[in-house]
Design a protein around this ligand. Structure first.
Ligand SMILES: [Zn+2]
Length: 148
């Protein structure tokens, strides 16, 4: 199977993101910490992010491109140190990619509009949420848009 390398970021299936910026442009529009997590798939320290315990009603948007990703209604208290959701707002708002970077297989969640790293998805942990999934999302990858 061959996957020809195209200019700019492309999805795993070869399609292009609707928000396509060069890494230089991302560097200019994001802080150093934001760039590290969103564009280099870094992870913020646990229990340090600004939305870990947030209960405010609203919509969480991609901090890179403002796409709507998660609703506060799907946020739950996982005590894992990162904001956790049991489902994204819409299935196609988030792209899932197999991540083998730590020697295990994890599922990485990226913004489907711009390809920025959001966090990881875990399943079957027994949290008792409707989906039995934990979307473990870096606070720094999102911005909460509080409801009126
Ligand atoms: Zn985005």
């Amino acid at each position: 199977m061959s996957s020809p390398k195209k200019d700019g970021p492309t999805r795993a299936d070869g399609s292009t993101y609707s928000v396509a910026r060069s890494e230089d442009e991302w560097k200019q529009s994001l802080s150093k910490e934001e760039y590290y997590v969103l564009r280099e798939a870094g992870t913020e320290p646990p229990f340090m992010g600004e939305y870990v315990d947030t209960k405010t009603t609203g919509t969480y948007r991609c901090r890179a491109c403002q796409a709507e990703l998660f609703s506060s209604e799907a946020k739950f208290d996982s005590r894992c140190g990162w904001p956790s959701f049991f489902t994204p707002l819409a299935g196609d708002a988030v792209e899932l990619i197999e991540d083998r970077s730590l020697g295990t297989v994890r599922v990485e969640a990226r913004c489907a509009a711009c390809g920025s790293h959001l966090g990881h998805v875990f399943e079957g942990e027994g949290y008792g949420t409707p989906t039995d999934q934990r979307w473990c999302i870096n606070s720094i990858s999102v911005t909460l848009d509080p409801a009126e």
